[in-house]
Design a protein around this ligand. Structure first.
Ligand SMILES: C[S@@+](CC[C@H](N)C(=O)[O-])C[C@H]1O[C@@H](n2cnc3c(N)ncnc32)[C@H](O)[C@@H]1O
Length: 371
């Protein structure tokens, strides 16, 4: 594949040999274990981590979900490491209405199974949030009884259970044929280069759909927290089912969250990286989405995304430029006609050091929040 790299990225930290090896899940233990291996709590963490994964603990956690739903988790000096770590992670979540801290009631384990069963309340507006068996719902309309909203077709189509079922069964593969998308494994390898400076941190797989990248992030062990986020309930259900089918996924550091990209439920400057695969063109307002990503990224945090650009011979299509506005208004989908538009989008939303790699219509872009 002949890729074109447009701009050179600056200010990245070179990877150590161990980090390089981290590309292979079989070679590297999950980040949580690796991160703590050099701390004085090393001896304490490993048995705890093993205990949390044991079938006995899982049975205990499942049996206690109902009763633990009323136990508020506090951070106290002397609390064991896993509880402190869990609380630290939970503080990244924020009310999507006021962006203030959420008070957690529930299981202190931050994982695929326990997080959706938790209930949360905003410390300011007091709105309560909860989840179902697969994900935590942190949309503005979460919990509404009568009120519902409809999004443009480019968003609504992915809420269909049929599209969610088909997504990894042919739908996504079609992107390679018409657009030059290299495919999830290759795209994951490519983006790891951009993510080097934030390895060990938290990553949001924004608009994760059925979780093809969320699973790769979780399996890689490169991140201390992976958030699989999408607006579509049925995509998140499909994502949950795939996670349950795969055996080698570290589920303790992975959570599934329903949220709107234009109103993200995370504290400002709290997240190390955001990935958005093949999604920018589907968002009702890409600028609202990228601005939110810019808000939640910590200084130096990385945004990496893929989409497609209709340029080259396609730019000769008559009236494409005026027509795309009409197409966009009807479908909600955004057609990018040049790389400069994407660079502009990032910089107007406060991101710097834009880079871009092309393969036919496919483009992978990256940018970061200034330090
Ligand atoms: C084409 S899929 C991309 C999936 C995946 N990331 C990939 O690389 O194949 C686009 C996704 O964007 C999601 N989406 C659309 N509007 C959204 C919004 N407002 N907030 C969050 N996600 C949204 C859809 O539900 C869908 O799962």
């Amino acid at each position: 594949m002949n890729m074109r790299i447009k701009n050179k990225r600056r200010g990245t930290t070179p990877l150590s040999e161990t980090q390089m090896a981290a590309g292979s899940p079989s070679l590297v233990p999950p980040v949580a274990s690796r991160l703590t291996s050099s701390t004085p709590t090393r001896g304490l963490f490993k048995p705890l981590s093993l205990m949390l994964k044991s079938p006995l603990y899982r049975t205990f956690a499942t049996n206690n979900r109902a009763s633990s739903a009323t136990a508020t988790v506090e951070t106290r000096p002397g609390t064991n490491l896993s509880e402190n770590e869990a609380n630290g992670k939970k503080q990244v979540l924020a009310c999507p209405i006021c962006h203030d801290m959420l008070i957690w009631n529930g299981d202190p384990v931050f994982s695929v199974d326990s997080t959706p069963m938790s209930s949360l309340k905003c410390s300011t507006c007091r709105k309560a949030y909860s989840g179902n068996e697969t994900h935590l719902d942190l949309t503005l309309t979460s919990g509404s009884q009568k009120y519902s909203e409809y999004r443009p077709a480019s968003s609504e189509i992915f809420r269909s259970p049929l599209v969610s079922f088909l997504y990894e069964r042919g739908w996504r593969q079609a992107f390679s044929i018409w657009g030059g998308f290299p495919g999830p494994e290759r795209e994951f390898e490519m983006m790891k280069d951009y993510l080097k400076p934030v390895i060990g941190g938290s990553i949001i797989d924004a608009s994760c759909a059925s979780g093809l990248f969320s699973r790769l992030f979780a399996k890689s062990g490169l991140f201390s927290l992976v958030v699989a986020l999408d607006f579509s309930e049925s995509m998140l259900k499909q994502c949950y089912d795939y996670i349950k089918q795969e055996e080698n996924i570290f589920q303790e550091n992975l959570i599934l969250v329903r949220a709107d990209i234009a109103r993200l439920p995370f504290a400002s400057s709290s997240i190390d990286a955001v990935h958005a695969g093949a999604a920018l063109h589907c968002w009702p307002s890409p600028s609202a989405g990228v601005a939110e990503i810019s808000r939640i990224l910590r200084p130096g945090g990385v945004f990496v995304a893929t989409t497609y650009i209709v340029d080259g011979p396609y730019s000769l299509i008559p009236f494409l430029s005026p027509l795309r506005q009409n197409i966009g208004q009807i479908s909600g989908s955004h057609i990018y006609l040049s790389e400069r538009e994407l660079k502009d989008l990032c910089s107007t939303c406060g991101l710097v050091d834009y880079t871009c790699v092309r393969n036919r219509r496919f483009v992978m872009i990256s940018a970061r929040k200034p330090n």
